[in-house]
Design a protein around this ligand. Structure first.
Ligand SMILES: Cc1cc2nc3c(=O)[nH]c(=O)nc-3n(C[C@H](O)[C@H](O)[C@H](O)COP(=O)(O)OP(=O)(O)OC[C@H]3O[C@@H](n4cnc5c(N)ncnc54)[C@H](O)[C@@H]3O)c2cc1C
Length: 495
């Protein structure tokens, strides 16, 4: 059982991303003393909203969707009617054409033509006939469900851009978790006008979104934490966790030691082992040092005139350009763009921290983005009024061949520190969305404050409401309507 936080020292929360802020919010609401340590000057972590010259943009668009009624209730509690319901439109830009994503049979037929279609169907039939083979890699997983031809046309290029490795080296778990429930059959079923049952994550057609972007959620949470007496220290990277008698007793940040009664940490698992004092055993440090991440950067271009396309985002499957995905922030919420005569698009480049792309000067990256969006025929170069670059380290935990064993080694060591709860996305080295990251924080608070015995590593956002006996509840689509502007309008000016 997790050690209860009993004395009067504050509970330390490491990281002010969705997980850390959720933990702090719930601790403060219970009247607990809490201090949040955030390494950077910003709150929201990967889910923050950057603001440049009044233009607001996500570091990768953040849809809010969840099957957890607790998480949905928390969003409503914090933002109420400021949470919009937005339509989703996302397409694949392929050979100069827009193909709907999720793939729809009629659309794919129209776009790929009869010959290619025959190839796709034959390859799908071959894949179905060989279903007894185990799915080891991402390539196996997708090929088994869609056929090799569709895999090559619509999954391979994009996935290799995202991960920077060949699809036969990527583990099948990533596909299973990320495009869970999706198959050619489920895609076809979803294309029919009426359907029942659960909709796979990848096919969700509406999502919730704060009017001013995800940052609005974290800013509102931070405000409430402070109002309830909690403290958030920005620019405070934790570099020491002092452990005595198998308990965290103090947190070191910025040369200052703060005595604590317990700690909830969303610090990347790789870093955590290195800040323990006394040091974690050597096998644990070695396991941690081998965990890997994919990083990325966003180039937000300010564009004269209306949105160049109606989609929230488009996937770029063209191997001739490096950009992987393009966001259209006005389509997420019209309030993201301050000037109704302009739009703002975000070109996402996947890379590794320190590599050639990552290290280029900002102005070169803006030039690259301007050239690529013009080459794709989406925005003429002369319409680009300027741009901003944001680099995002550790955007994606990598599931390579060794990660599971490494995580298990670190997890065993953590199990021996009674009052330390590890939560979140990089905190658990899991490809968690923000709802899932928040849910792990909620369970961690219950462990520390109520003596509950949740296994944080087993928390699954998809099954949360089933586990809690609320199987009849609707997933996120049941959320009541919010302002009229939220639905259907893409290019309207901010009110
Ligand atoms: C491109 C992209 C798109 C995404 N899209 C979606 C989406 O559509 N919907 C969705 O729900 N989720 C999405 N996600 C996932 C979502 O961003 C994460 O689930 C969520 O941000 C994880 O929250 P977290 O608090 O665990 O971690 P983070 O957001 O990573 O926050 C961790 C915080 O800890 C801080 N920190 C690190 N080390 C230290 C230290 N030593 N001391 C103090 N602080 C430290 C970091 O600075 C950071 O602020 C997306 C992620 C990416 C990268």
């Amino acid at each position: 059982m997790a050690g209860l936080a009993t004395d009067n020292s504050p509970v330390a929360v490491l990281g002010a991303g969705p997980a850390g802020l959720t933990a702090a919010y719930q601790l403060a609401a219970r009247g607990r003393s809490v201090v949040v340590f955030e390494a950077t000057e910003a709150i929201g972590g990967l889910a923050q909203t950057a603001v440049r010259d009044g233009y607001r943009f996500d570091l990768g668009g953040h849809r809010f969707f969840t099957k957890s009624s607790e998480v949905a209730a928390l969003w409503d509690e914090v933002l109420g009617p400021e949470m919009l319901v937005r339509p989703r439109l996302s397409r694949i830009f392929w050979r100069g054409r827009f193909v709907e994503y999720p793939l729809r049979a009629a659309d794919v037929i129209a776009k790929v033509g009869p010959l290619e279609l025959a190839r796709c169907l034959a390859s799908y039939a071959r894949a179905r006939a060989r279903r007894d083979r185990p799915d080891v890699s991402f390539e196996d997983w997708v090929t088994a469900r869609f056929g090799r031809r569709l895999f090559q046309l619509f999954f391979k290029t994009y996935t290799e851009k995202v991960w920077g490795v060949a699809t036969d080296e990527l583990r099948a778990e990533w596909a299973a978790q990320r495009i869970a429930g999706l198959s050619l059959r489920s895609a076809a079923r979803a294309a029919l006008p009426s359907r029942g049952g659960d909709v796979p994550k990848s096919l969700i057609e509406e999502f919730r979104y704060p009017r001013l972007g995800p940052g609005q959620m974290w800013e509102a949470m931070a405000h409430r934490i402070a109002s309830a007496g909690g403290e958030i220290r920005l620019g405070a990277p934790v570099n020491r966790l002092t452990i005595e008698h198998e308990r965290v007793v103090a947190v070191g940040a910025g040369g200052e030691e703060t005595p604590v009664s317990a700690a909830i940490s969303s610090v990347p698992l790789r870093a955590l082992a290195g800040i323990a004092d006394p040091a974690a055993p050597r096998p644990v440090r070695e396991a941690a040092s081998g965990l890997r991440y994919r990083d990325f950067l966003t180039v937000a271009l300010v564009v004269e005139g209306p949105s160049p396309f109606p989609d929230n985002w488009i996937y770029i499957h063209d191997a001739a350009v490096s950009v992987g995905r393009i966001q259209n922030y006005r389509a997420w919420s019209p309030w993201m763009t301050p000037d109704p005569r302009r739009s703002c698009v975000g070109l996402e480049y996947f890379c590794f921290e320190g590599d050639e792309l990552w290290s280029r000067p900002d102005e070169d990256l803006v030039t690259l983005a301007r050239e690529e969006i013009a080459r794709l025929g989406l925005v003429p170069a002369e319409r680009v009024a300027g741009g901003h670059v944001v680099r995002v380290p550790k955007a994606y935990p990598i599931y390579d061949a060794e990660y599971a064993t490494r995580v298990e080694t670190i997890r065993e060591w953590l199990g021996g520190i009674a009052n330390l709860q590890q939560v979140g996305r990089n905190g658990l080295h899991r490809y968690n969305n923000s709802d899932h990251s928040m849910l792990t924080a909620m369970r961690a608070v219950e462990n520390l404050c109520d003596g509950a015995d949740h296994d944080i590593w087993a928390v699954n956002a998809d099954s949360a409401y089933h586990e809690r006996g609320e199987a009849d509840e609707q997933p996120y689509l049941a959320v009541p309507e919010t302002p009229a502007m939220a639905r259907g309008l893409v290019d309207d000016a901010p009110a």
